[in-house]
Design a protein around this ligand. Structure first.
Ligand code: FAD
Length: 310
């Protein structure tokens, strides 16, 4: 609603753009999801703190959005404020083997930039379509490597602690497979990485190989959120889903990808409900067949509370 009083209060306090009723389908790689009551682009830590204060005063929830590549928003949308980090949170500084990058920096851009500086350790990020901030929250990883191997620290602003800005050492995040204990109210602003000098030709070859592997094995041309489920210890979610006979299972416009059983892809007109139902069916099917409870990796928002296993 354009006359939503929340809008006026946010516009008074926040320098970045403040948009009402913004369709979240436009901001997630799954391309589904209803409107956010407000979507705003924060251009400073002060914008983030002001947003949190307005949200607290108005009794509405906020949600930090990275590149929306691991996010399923309900068809009802997000009845609160979605906050995207603006251009001020980009930037990459390279000093020897140390790198400091803004949380809004896309992982593929960062991976390419450090490779161009002949630094190894982040090649796995070349095909992860998220932001550095999202990668910190999720401990993103691929091809046998993950962010925790190179992350040294993350600078955050604590939105439930009056905007306290602090630098957390990576160890404080207790990162495990696709999980970090980044506090729920912490917004990553920038992060420090420690990389190693590497032969540039070998680096380029390994990144090309990762891209090639993905093109062959993943349904990259279709909207998805990457792997939907975490792999259970010692097994692969995709293998279990396939063995349970659920490959290509579909509900409405959402289906378990015939190409990669841990991906759910959608066709135009699909609803978030379809995706959620496929998730529920797969969880139930795998539990019945193998007595394994799959955990979702994808963050679900607007269904009740943010349902994140991170
Ligand atoms: P979002 O999806 O926008 O948000 C995810 C969570 O992070 C939310 O809880 C959000 O609030 C939080 N968040 C985002 N930014 C911040 C911030 N600055 N501070 C605090 N919290 C924040 N993932 C892998 O790990 N490995 C893969 O190989 C991989 N392959 C993929 C392939 C495809 C085709 C797709 C679509 C996705 C894939 N993913 C993969 C999933 C996804 O890219 C990662 O989980 C990524 O880290 C999410 O980052 P994002 O910026 O998109 O976060």
């Amino acid at each position: 609603m354009a006359d939503d009083p929340l809008l006026a209060r946010l516009r008074e306090r926040v320098a970045g753009a403040v948009l009402p009723d913004e369709a979240m389908a436009r901001h997630t790689t799954l391309r589904v999801g209803g409107p956010a009551r407000v979507l705003l682009r924060a251009e400073s830590a002060a914008d983030l703190v002001a947003t949190a204060q307005v949200c607290a005063d108005e009794g509405v929830r906020w949600l930090i959005l990275g590149r929306g590549s691991n996010l399923l928003v309900s068809d009802q949308g997000w009845n609160g404020v979605v906050v995207k980090l603006g251009r001020a949170f980009r930037g990459i500084e390279i000093d020897g083997e140390r790198v400091v990058a803004g949380a809004a920096e896309p992982m593929p851009v960062l991976a390419q930039a450090v490779a161009a500086a002949e630094l190894g350790g982040l090649a796995f990020g070349v095909a992860i379509p998220g932001s550095l901030g999202g990668a910190v929250r999720m401990n993103a990883g691929a091809h046998g490597h993950e962010l925790r191997e190179v992350l040294k620290w993350v600078e955050v602003v604590r939105l439930d602690r009056d905007g306290l800005t602090e630098r957390l050492p990576a160890a404080a995040l207790r990162m495990t497979y696709r999980h970090s204990e980044l506090p729920a109210d912490a917004v990553a602003l920038r992060a420090g990485l420690s990389l190693q000098r590497t032969d540039p030709a070998a680096l380029e070859e390994s990144m090309a190989e990762m891209r090639r592997w993905r093109r062959e094995h993943q349904p990259l041309g279709e909207p998805s959120c990457g792997s939907v489920f975490r792999n259970p210890p010692g097994d692969s979610a995709g293998r279990l889903i396939e063995a349970a006979g659920l490959k290509a299972h579909h509900v409405g416009g959402a289906q378990v990808s015939p190409r990669h059983a841990n991906f759910i892809t959608v066709t135009p007109g699909a609803r978030a409900h379809d995706v959620a139902q496929v998730i529920a069916d797969v969880t139930q099917g795998v539990a019945q067949r193998f007595s394994v409870t799959l955990e979702t990796e994808v963050v679900m928002a607007g269904f009740d509370e943010v349902r994140s296993t991170s």
